[in-house]
Design a protein around this ligand. Structure first.
Ligand code: UDX
Length: 459
């Protein structure tokens, strides 16, 4: 397709300045696109306009500061400036409701508030692009809300499309600069082609040129996002289910089993890492949301339910194994190494480490939690409160402990000298719930090593 507009000519609006919205805004504005970001949180807006990112993502602060200095990014609590936007991305949160379905309230609220700006739009054909993870049908409902509020006709006076986001936390900037793919599904071809034109010119400038996939409608694009996350979560739960079987078989090791599986070119080894299960703001929520949506469509979601069941029970399974190894958890000091839901983040949302801490404390253990990132530890303390002790010192964490569990696969733990465990712990029982160590090395060093997915030693 011929590129008709220079990148600097595009006017972009972004509603919701969280992980996805702020990263998208900063990356685009840094590369010269004029971006207006809207958020309801005035303190957040002020911080952004000072060039300070309210969240931590590698590389984000630098991009944000430069974009603010160059004047290509401006944040505001007002929707009015969006009347100039050619494309308005909706990137607000979609939290879970108690039945697992998602709360689309913020998305619909954004649509309502956008309506006035669209009615007064100076753009030739403004397109509303939904980036928030939403169930199929939502983008069309967003267009319907705007139509009701303004009398404008979707597909004639304004466009709408689904343009889901696949970035990973901790790699948000990197993934935005170089995504695995860009998926677009418009309510009619013009919406999709305008979005495609924008992304194509942006990625051409960067020279990364990811595949841009235009699908027939927003529902298919919305479904691609859920399908991708549910599939990755399924791989993790599959590995954890297999791990439980391997643990019952003398000499069997899930790590070796996955290596063997991955020699089949049809099986990709990524996300087959057995462990404590998946956490974070996406997988747990998205699997539950897709399950609830399937039910609402009268589809039996048994496979989806099983993904969630394995994940929810995995910390219980690990707690049981610890209880067997220690005879009882009552009065035993157990150190949990890692609080963040994955390495290189301070995020503890749905962290399996915290789920495990809670179970151990309920069963009478004295729980200590360590994380090399002080902010992750602070977040853990705020979430769990006084049921555990918290420290960033390895010495304090391990001294006198009856057992330690690797709960997050931080690099920090991988490079530790095994002598630390044998020297400091009352009993050097290490349960590797993220498979970061070589079993033989640890055993030779005198560590009483047990791990997820690892059967007992042959006699
Ligand atoms: C995920 C998706 O990867 C991303 O594409 C989507 O947009 C948002 O959700 P994120 O939540 O940032 O991203 O984390 P990710 O790196 O995918 O890990 C999710 C969880 O799975 C972590 O708790 C991690 O420890 C766990 N995991 C991952 C495993 O237990 N085993 C694995 O093999 C891989």
């Amino acid at each position: 397709m011929a590129i008709r507009r220079a990148l600097a000519e595009w006017r972009i609006g972004i509603v919701g300045l969280g992980y996805v919205g702020l990263t998208t805004a900063a990356v685009l504005a840094y590369h010269g696109v004029k971006v207006t970001g809207v958020d309801v949180d005035a303190a957040k807006v002020e911080a952004i306009n000072r060039g300070e990112a309210p969240i931590y993502e590698p590389g984000l602060n630098k991009l944000l500061r430069e974009a603010i200095e160059r004047g290509t990014l401006y944040a505001t609590t007002s929707y009015a400036p969006l009347r100039e936007a050619d494309i308005i991305f909706i990137t607000v949160g979609t939290p879970s409701l108690s039945d697992g379905s998602i709360n689309l309230g913020y998305v619909f609220d954004a649509a309502e508030k956008l309506a006035d700006a669209l009615a007064a739009s100076t753009a030739e054909y403004p397109v509303v692009a939904v980036k928030s993870t939403v169930v199929p049908g939502t983008t069309r409902r967003v267009a319907g809300i705007i139509e009701e509020q303004t009398g404008l006709h979707p597909g004639r006076d304004f466009g709408a499309a689904s343009n889901p986001e696949f970035l990973r936390e901790g790699r948000a900037v990197e993934d935005t600069l170089n995504p695995s793919r860009v998926v677009i599904g418009g309510i009619e071809p013009r919406s999709a082609s305008q979005l495609k034109e924008f992304w194509q010119s942006f990625y051409q400038r960067l020279g990364t040129n990811p595949p841009i996939l235009v699908v027939d409608n927003p529902e298919t694009a919305e479904m691609i996002k859920y399908a991708s996350n549910a599939f990755l979560a399924m791989k993790i739960s599959f590995a954890n289910m297999l791990a439980r079987i391997c643990e019952k078989i003398t000499g069997c090791d899930i790590v070796e089993v996955v290596k063997g599986m991955a020699r089949d070119p049809r099986i990709n080894p990524a996300f087959l890492g057995a462990g404590l299960g998946y956490g974070g703001s996406c997988f747990p929520k998205d699997v539950k949301a897709l399950t609830a949506h399937a039910r609402s469509l009268c589809v039996e979601p048994r496979l989806l339910e099983a993904i969630d069941w394995v994940n929810e029970t995995q910390p219980h399974h690990i707690a049981k194994r610890l209880e067997e190894l220690l005879n009882t958890l009552r009065g035993k000091t157990v150190t949990i190494l890692g609080a963040a839901f994955k390495p290189d983040t301070d995020d503890v949302r749905e962290s399996r480490a915290l789920a495990l801490a809670k179970i151990l404390a309920e069963r009478g253990a004295r729980v200590r939690i360590h994380d090399p990132n002080p902010k992750a530890l602070e977040n853990a303390k705020r979430t769990l409160g006084p049921i555990a002790e918290y420290t960033t010192s390895m010495e304090e964490a391990l001294r006198g402990a009856d057992a330690a569990v690797i709960a997050t696969d931080w690099e920090h733990y991988k490079s530790l000298n095994p002598a630390l465990y044998t020297r400091l712990m009352r009993r050097p029982l290490l349960f590797d719930a993220r498979r970061i160590y070589d079993p033989q090395t640890m055993k030779k060093a005198g560590v009483e090593y047990h791990a997820v997915g690892l059967g007992g030693d042959p006699k």
